[in-house]
Write a protein of this length. Structure first.
Length: 265
């Protein structure tokens, strides 16, 4: 297997950390990013990158090109979660969610694509979510950010096809990562007379499912397969079967099932 130069965002924890370590163990040269300083790990070189800052990204990309001469694979994994009622979301919460999860992907691709086009090859793997194909109650702007990643990736795959650049989506279901503990909770929703009780019931269910979810190594293994695959599938779903198959049900059935599951009465 030929060693590849890989850049993965959000590599200090969760999916990113396990994926970066696994790729490094397989012999690839891996650069990981984190929004704050993080020690190198298992031959993974960590860079400080804020995916909402084009300048921060440009400096990291320039460093990798200076040291390696190319970037073969970009894995857009960095993301955050903000929970609360869509109606009560503040402008700051909406901007933070979309700027990190969606525009962070856009910013990374904008800096790396010129390198890949020049080489006439490359692979971009965007981490979406089951919540990026099915809207989840009280996770609405998280879902919106991932839906945006889905549409962006579909169009991008077509545009960069002539340059032998592959674009892939990975849609994880529930996994047990630090994402649960790091989720931002809307105080306006929690204290609201109409939404509060329903929100807390749904949030409890969401957190339980995540804590009982699959180990992130399973997702890391799936991403590693995409990295080395010559013609990888555009869309890869990883998670419990019921979540993977949910989007193929009729809309009315999906809405009913989600209301029951998330205790929306």
């Amino acid at each position: 297997m030929q060693s590849q130069i890989i850049l993965i965002t959000g590599a200090s924890s969760g999916f990113g950390k396990f994926t970066a370590q696994m790729l490094s163990e397989q012999g690839h040269i891996v650069y990981g990013t984190s929004w704050k300083a993080s020690e190198n790990m298992n031959n993974v070189k960590m860079l400080v990158v804020d995916v909402t800052s084009p300048l921060s990204i440009r400096q990291a990309v320039e460093q990798i090109i200076s040291e390696q001469g190319r970037i073969d694979v970009l894995i857009n994994n960095a993301g955050i979660g903000i929970s609360g009622a869509l109606e009560l979301a503040t402008e700051d919460e909406v901007n933070k969610q979309m700027n990190t999860n969606f525009f962070g992907v856009v910013n990374m691709c904008r800096e790396v694509l010129p390198v890949m086009r020049k080489a006439r090859k490359g692979k971009i793997i965007n981490i979406s979510s089951i919540g990026g194909v099915t809207g989840i109650p009280y996770q609405g702007f998280y879902s919106a950010s991932k839906f945006a990643v889905e549409g962006y990736s579909e169009a991008l795959a077509l545009e960069v096809h002539p340059f032998n650049i592959k674009v892939c989506l990975v849609e994880p279901g529930d996994f047990n990562t630090g994402f649960t503990d790091n989720r931002n909770i809307s105080e306006l929703t929690r204290l609201d007379a109409d939404y509060g009780e329903s929100f807390l019931k749904s949030l409890k269910i969401i957190e339980k499912e995540e804590r009982n979810g699959w180990h992130p190594r399973k997702l890391a293994a799936a991403i590693c397969k995409i990295v080395v695959c010559k013609n990888p599938p555009f869309r890869t779903k990883v998670g419990p079967l019921v979540q993977v198959l949910l989007r193929w049900l009729p809309d009315a059935v999906i809405q009913y099932a989600l209301r029951i599951f998330y205790a929306i009465k």
